[in-house]
Design a protein around this ligand. Structure first.
Ligand code: ADP
Ligand code: ADP
Length: 221
């Protein structure tokens, strides 16, 4: 379970508080969409739920940070900013090596993780820069899956993609997220709604103004 109680945060260079006593818990297996205007604190909230405290100076959090941060994966807007290695196979291998996976299991596991996101490549030792935007983001998802995280955080993962790439990414996420807790920040919500069972809406100052099932939430607006 992910939980924050009476959350308040303030960035050092800001005068006003972000979040005013926000309390929120997310159960294992829930698929949550977080929406709200730009600047409402969505990205900050994702990081806090992940146990990553950015340069926030005032954050009383009740959560087992250690446990959470050991089993989450985060996907960002810009896949290029996320890659550690120049080649597709190396990118997944990097994660597997961090998990101390024995060398003899590498090749088959790399193929399995790429398969799971629909990246069937004739040659897996291909430069990441040769991939399309949608393929890059699916590679980013594959490398996060290779962490075998319990919780998947996605911060506007399709913001930089065209329609084709966007659809590829959401189709992929529908496939891979079944057994996971998933928390998504996304503006373009049409593709996301079929994936989630809960929507949380934040207002400008990061207060929760709605929290419920997608059908209930959107019939009220
Ligand atoms: P959202 O994801 O909803 O756009 P963010 O969490 O990115 O919101 O930002 C919330 C507020 O905190 C904004 O006013 C933003 O300017 C501020 N903020 C975000 N990150 C930082 C930072 N590293 N330093 C200072 N202020 C920040
Ligand atoms: P520490 O301070 O103990 O190094 P970190 O917060 O850097 O802790 O990382 C904790 C764990 O979370 C590590 O196992 C790290 O690999 C993992 N981790 C860090 N950043 C990310 C991320 N963006 N996505 C997935 N896992 C991450």
């Amino acid at each position: 379970m992910l939980e924050v109680k009476n959350l308040r945060a303030k960035y050092p260079n800001e005068t006003s508080l972000l979040f005013k006593d926000v309390s929120l818990s997310i159960q294992q297996g829930e698929k949550v969409l977080l929406v709200g205007p730009s600047g409402s604190g969505k990205s900050t909230l994702l990081q806090i739920l992940a146990g990553l405290i950015p340069d926030v100076i005032e954050v009383p959090i009740k959560a087992d940070k250690r446990k959470i941060s050991e089993s989450y994966g985060m996907v960002f807007q810009d896949p290029d900013a996320q890659f550690c290695m120049p080649y597709v196979d190396e990118e997944i291998a990097f994660v597997l090596e961090n998990r101390n996976i024995p060398q003899q299991n590498m090749a088959s596991l790399i193929s399995q993780y790429l398969d799971r996101v629909g990246l069937q490549l004739a040659d897996e030792h291909v430069s990441i820069q040769e991939l399309s935007g949608g393929m890059k983001q699916r590679l980013a998802i594959a490398s996060v899956l290779a962490l075998e995280p319990e919780v998947l955080f996605l911060d506007e993962p399709t913001a930089m993609l065209d329609q084709v790439g966007t659809k590829q990414v959401w189709d992929t996420l529908k496939e891979v997220s079944e057994d996971k807790t998933v928390v998504i920040v996304e503006h373009k919500i049409d593709h996301v709604l079929p994936l989630v069972d809960r929507v949380i809406i934040l207002d400008e100052i990061g207060a929760i103004v709605a929290d419920g099932e997608p059908n209930d939430i959107f019939s009220r607006f």
